[in-house]
Ligand binder design. Structure first.
Ligand SMILES: NC(=O)c1ccc[n+]([C@@H]2O[C@H](COP(=O)([O-])OP(=O)(O)OC[C@H]3O[C@@H](n4cnc5c(N)ncnc54)[C@H](O)[C@@H]3O)[C@@H](O)[C@H]2O)c1
Length: 289
């Protein structure tokens, strides 16, 4: 398939995922505009990108000039119209809340070029539901990247109920252009493939902890040494965010009514207590100091 021309990307949301997606795209030569609601969030995102690129340079995986050129390809703005107007491809990576995503997609539908692909990095919300507020559901697709984006090789491509073949093909082309390997989710089931799998494992792991069957350490060791997982489910939850996993699980449960996905009480209480994992210094493990 022909190269996308021009390779102009808008990333909406400069958090952990948005900044990571902006980084890999800029490194691969895309002109990127990153949009967030405040200058502070944009600065945080850009600082994170500089730091991550610095590590690639230290490890000799990127030259200092390449890292500088990547940063120079990233523009930041709080104005969604300015970010969206020129983009051939848009990735939304705002909070995992349907009302926030709907607000963004309504605006993208107004401001984007007719031929733009509108992708969402949602972990678990159906693509069809996100696309429903636009007049172009055929152009909406899920591009589910993994954290940390510069290190993780997978992109899960998710077809909404109305996503066109061309949109899916362009999403694959985008993800492969930034160095990712794609898997395709053919039906828009809640949680897709990866979030369903990790949610089922995390829910069971948390239930085993809360019923006193085993400690978080032992559950993680069992998965690592018994199944060859690189990281146990509870360490993964801490890394991803206890709140993020609870949300993802609750979304799947709401959609499927499958009790397997009902968020365990311990997960809910941890979120209420602010034990969100690494980002708060405490989750299933402690990260003080
Ligand atoms: N964290 C993960 O491991 C992970 C993995 C895969 C997918 N995701 C998904 O990616 C998305 C983003 O997650 P994250 O971890 O980067 O979240 P985050 O909280 O780090 O960042 C979200 C950013 O969105 C910004 N934002 C909120 N409303 C906005 C708007 N209207 N316009 C522009 N920016 C807005 C916030 O200011 C914040 O900077 C979510 O849908 C999440 O489910 C997360």
């Amino acid at each position: 398939m022909a190269e996308l021309t021009p390779r102009t990307l808008a990333v909406v949301g400069a958090g952990l995922m948005g900044a990571g997606i902006a980084q890999v795209a800029a490194t691969a030569g895309w002109q990127v505009t990153m949009r967030d609601v405040t200058d502070e969030a944009l600065k945080r995102g850009l600082d994170g990108i500089r730091k991550s690129l610095g590590k690639f340079v230290e490890k000799g995986r990127l030259s200092a000039q390449e890292a500088e050129a990547a940063v120079a390809r990233i523009r930041t703005t709080t104005d969604l119209e300015a970010a969206a107007a020129d983009a051939s491809f848009v990735v939304e990576a705002v909070f995992e809340r349907i009302e926030v995503k709907h607000e963004v997609f309504r605006e993208l539908d107004r401001f984007c070029r007719d031929d733009a692909v509108l992708a969402t990095n949602t972990s678990a919300i159906p693509i069809t539901k996100i696309a429903s507020v636009t007049a172009r559901p055929e152009s909406v697709v899920g591009t589910h990247f993994f954290s940390p984006v510069p290190m993780m090789a997978l992109c899960e491509l998710v077809r909404g109920h109305r996503t066109s073949d061309e949109t899916l093909a362009r999403a694959r082309e985008f993800a492969e252009s930034v160095g990712k390997t794609c898997v395709v989710v053919n039906r828009d089931v809640a949680g897709f493939v990866t979030t369903r799998l990790i949610s089922a494992l995390v829910v069971e792991a948390v239930r085993l902890v809360e019923s006193g069957v085993a400690s978080p350490e032992d559950i993680d060791i069992a998965c690592k040494l018994g199944f060859g997982h690189a990281m146990g489910p509870l360490a993964t939850t801490d890394l991803t965010g206890v709140d993020v996993l609870r949300h993802a699980t609750a979304n799947i449960w709401e959609e499927t009514a499958d009790p397997k996905f009902f968020p365990p009480e311990l997960l809910t209480r941890m979120v209420e207590a602010g034990e969100l994992g690494r980002k708060s210094g405490r989750g299933f493990y402690s990260y003080d100091g």
